[in-house]
Design a protein around this ligand. Structure first.
Ligand SMILES: C[S@@+](CC[C@H](N)C(=O)[O-])C[C@H]1O[C@@H](n2cnc3c(N)ncnc32)[C@H](O)[C@@H]1O
Length: 350
């Protein structure tokens, strides 16, 4: 299993062309944007200059020790991958060690893209209650809890694949975020959703519940993407990357799920009652083609993310799109090759 090497800090410089901007930040009506001091305010949550999680922490009990957080009762299918059993069939990506490693590569790639900030919402106080919806391995939630010991961080997921020895101010709950949220004791000050575009049949319900379960002045932040891939040299037509992303789009649609949902978030957030909604689209490179060292590193991790995920995502969604096993394997092979083809300059968006 691949492991994530440490980033030398000198690779984390910013350069103009890919300088990340703010993400989708929204606030409840009681806090007008102009009243908010900038995010370097003394009580702002701690965000690292260089994320300590750019290596997989030992406490995750995975790569370094050769063990993993395998959920008992996970369903092994014919592909040899395991899937969540709670709410079986709801989500189409695996939950096994390979997927957990991929999620941590993705975490490293996003950390670089976002200039090693866990949160971009311009919070002026450390949030008391934080939710990480669909937390995956819990790597973001653990980081946030470690860096902000006065926050209480709740990470939710369909799969119980989070490490048992999370910090005391971090709790993981197995739940379907599309079911009614039951949090009678507290509401949240910051709700974080990352890479959830494949997750929900009704994302508007999740947004509505986030609004209803938020303290006045709270913030919600999506750090999300889409399956669509592009070529910086205009050569996407006919590539495996194009067939793969279009096929997945159609396969997901055949199963009733729109995975281009992130384009609607801004409107849906406003409809739910959030104000000061800001959306930024970042170029998320795949491969080492960018000149900027930080983005080159980001692209390197993202290429691994794509290579590791290509088959897992492809298996279910490309067959739902009507492709035969051989065609799927051929597309996956091409995607893995093209992910590092500098002549294509592949990229997605976050
Ligand atoms: C692509 S992963 C992203 C994980 C994490 N947010 C991150 O960025 O590392 C999506 C996660 O969402 C979870 N998930 C999917 N549908 C869900 C649902 N309806 N409710 C809660 N979690 C869900 C999956 O089990 C998976 O762990």
């Amino acid at each position: 299993m691949p492991s994530v090497p440490t980033f030398p800090s000198q690779l984390l410089q910013t350069q103009q062309e890919f300088r990340p901007q703010q993400n989708v930040n929204t606030a409840l009506p009681s806090v007008p944007a102009q009243a908010l001091p900038n995010r370097t305010a003394p009580h702002a949550p701690q965000v690292p200059e260089v994320s300590p999680t750019l290596t997989i922490p030992e406490e995750l009990l995975r790569t370094r020790t050769g063990t993993s957080v395998v959920e008992e009762g996970s369903i092994l299918d014919a592909s040899g991958r395991t899937y969540h059993s709670y709410k079986e069939g709801k989500y189409f990506l695996p939950n096994d060690t390979a997927e957990q490693d991929r999620l941590d590569f993705q975490h490293a790639a996003i950390a670089l893209l976002l200039n090693n900030r866990l949160a971009w919402a311009p919070m002026t106080n450390v949030p008391n209650y934080v939710m990480d919806v669909a937390t995956g391995t819990g790597i973001w939630a653990i980081d946030f809890a470690d860096l902000n010991p006065t926050s209480y961080v709740v990470g939710t997921d369909l799969s119980k694949i989070q490490p048992p020895n999370a910090p005391l101010n971090c709790e993981f709950l197995q739940e379907d975020s599309e079911e009614d949220w039951v949090y009678p004791l507290y509401k949240f000050d910051y709700i974080h959703l990352r890479m959830v575009y494949t997750c929900f049949d009704d994302p508007r319900k999740v947004i509505r519940q986030a609004f209803e379960n938020m303290n006045p002045g709270g913030w919600i932040e999506f750090q999300d993407s889409s399956i669509m891939l592009f070529s910086g040299t205009g050569k996407i037509a006919g590539t495996g990357l194009e067939h793969w992303s279009n096929g997945i789009l159609h396969g997901a649609a055949a199963k009733g799920r729109d995975i281009l949902v992130s384009q609607h978030y801004k409107r849906w957030l406003i409809e739910a009652g959030f104000v000061d909604v800001v959306e930024h689209k970042l170029v998320w490179p795949i491969g080492t083609w960018p000149e900027d060292p930080r983005m080159k590193e980001c692209g390197k991790y993202n290429a691994t993310n794509l290579q590791e995920g290509a088959r897992a995502v492809g298996l279910k969604m490309l067959s739902a799109a009507g492709l035969e096993a051989e065609e799927i394997e051929d597309i996956v092979r091409r995607v893995k090759r093209e992910a590092t083809d500098e002549s294509l300059q592949p990229y997605g968006h976050l």
